[in-house]
Design a binder for this molecule. Structure first.
Ligand code: SF4
Length: 461
């Protein structure tokens, strides 16, 4: 079953790139041959855990050796406005004897224990390499536990060895569509309910988006899965529209929700001023098409005009300082193109964006925003080449995740974290202002002029 599921995910009909392929090319799928070191960016289990862990009120139980949980636990700064249970690490901690005797009984007992102790609305059980290889049937154990304990226990079949982190994200979406979404009927479903898919509430930035939506009278039923509650995810099928933020991860889920419940979806981004405005327009348009009051359209335009004017005015002092600065964007997925626009709006030049983790659709969008300059789409850059790039002064700042920061810092070049470990909110209009403020702070930090000077012992008398 898992093999079939993975094959289906590799030929996703909702993906425009896949549709553009010939029949024989499509048959080959979109999976990439894994190379040594590929899991350094996370295995499939890690991807599934990342995608589901932001559901804040459930127990996330890892069925495997303790190291798998250690690998994935709390590595992302996804915020909550309520329950804290998701921050706890739970694992069955499989050891040698479990590998010989099987770990199903241990898993069942662990499920009972966490339900008795924490009374969660649901338990998510994650398959890992070891439990999959010894043949533990987590689907059967979860089914038995659900029936006997009366709490939904959700199997997440994404053992690390099946592929990349991205595949794990998508398998997490499969777990939600197979076992969660559509299992609760809310009493308060309304004509302006939406879901946001692929949004993980990094640094708590959903607050900024939720506020904009609330001012328009739009209710976020749930994000999948940032700051989500189990019952809201289970009722996500009652929303009137879906916005997909990270298409690479959850487009299959969006497509299946459209087929099953008729929920239309669009891809958008809340990074950058014009992208935020476009996203709000698209949400309002979809809701009105599905029966919401047409006054929503004018309300949306009024809010956009107010917010854009306010944000541009607040950014004016930064614009003068940042215009012309060159940025190397070394991230992936949706950020490989959405952040480009945000930077260009400030008059900054993007000298390169990494598309090593991007889909073909992401690459096309990035290329479009870079004026068709293919040289600026970069794959992985070897650390020594990146170092040389900074040494030669070809970029003034790097925006990336924490892992590549040391190359920039070693070359005495400013660096700003825009990935999951960051502590600043960059979504929406206020988030854009914060991003610009942080870039300005990084560039104008007096440390750079200090450390670029020769050390006292390097100066000849
Ligand atoms: S699931 Fe497999 S690849 Fe992933 S951390 Fe565990 S053992 Fe390693």
């Amino acid at each position: 079953m898992l093999k079939k599921k993975i094959q289906d995910l590799m030929t996703e009909p909702g993906c425009a790139t896949n549709q553009a392929k010939s029949a024989s090319e499509r048959k080959k799928g979109c999976g990439k041959q894994l190379v040594p070191g590929a899991a350094a960016g996370g295995c499939a289990f890690d991807g599934a855990k990342i995608a589901l862990q932001p559901i804040t009120d459930v127990v996330h139980l890892v069925h495997g050796p303790i190291a798998c949980e250690g690998n994935s636990w709390d590595t992302r700064n996804t915020g909550t406005t309520g329950p804290e249970l998701y921050r706890r690490g739970f694992t069955t901690d499989l050891s040698n004897m479990d590998i010989i005797n099987g770990g199903e009984k241990k898993l069942y007992k662990a499920i009972r224990r966490v339900i008795d102790k924490h009374h969660p609305p649901a338990v998510f059980v994650y398959q890992t390499c070891v439990s999959a290889l010894i043949g533990d049937d987590i689907v059967a154990v979860c089914r038995a536990a659900t029936e006997r304990m009366g709490t939904p226990v959700i199997p997440v079949e994404a053992p690390g060895f099946v592929g990349s982190k991205n595949l794990g994200n998508r398998l997490a979406g499969e777990a939600l569509i197979d076992f969660v979404i559509g299992t609760r009927e809310p009493t308060d479903a309304g004509p302006t309910d939406i879901n946001i898919l692929g949004e993980y509430n990094v640094a708590g930035e959903m607050d900024l988006v939720r506020d904009l939506l609330a001012r328009l009278g739009i209710r976020l039923r749930t994000a999948i899965t940032g700051d989500a509650r189990y019952n809201d995810v289970a009722a996500a099928h009652t929303a009137r529209a879906n916005m997909v933020v990270c298409s690479q991860a959850l487009v299959t889920l969006a497509r299946k929700m459209k087929e099953r419940w008729g929920i239309p979806f669009f891809e958008g981004s809340f990074y950058g001023i014009s992208d935020t405005s476009e996203a709000l327009r698209a949400i309002a348009g979809m809701l009105v098409e599905r029966g919401a009051d047409a006054v929503l359209l004018t309300r949306t335009e009024t809010l956009i005009a107010e917010e854009e004017a306010k944000t541009w005015a607040a950014m004016e002092p930064y614009k003068a300082r940042l215009a012309g600065k060159r940025v190397l964007l070394y991230t992936g997925g949706v950020k490989s193109w959405s952040v480009i626009h945000a930077l260009q709006e400030m008059g900054m030049e993007v000298v390169g964006t990494s598309v090593r983790k991007s889909t073909e659709a992401d690459k096309e969008k990035a290329l479009d925003r870079l004026g068709g300059d293919e040289d600026k789409l970069v794959d992985a850059i070897a650390p020594k080449d990146m170092y040389q790039m900074f040494k030669d002064g070809r970029a003034d700042i790097m925006l990336s995740g924490g892992r590549s920061q040391f190359v920039a810092l070693k070359a005495k070049t400013p660096w700003l974290d825009i990935n999951q470990e960051r502590h600043h909110q960059y979504a929406g209009y206020d988030g854009m202002l914060e991003l610009v403020r942080q870039i300005d702070l990084a560039l104008s930090n007096p440390i750079w002029s200090q450390i670029r000077k020769p050390a006292p012992w390097e100066i000849e008398e």
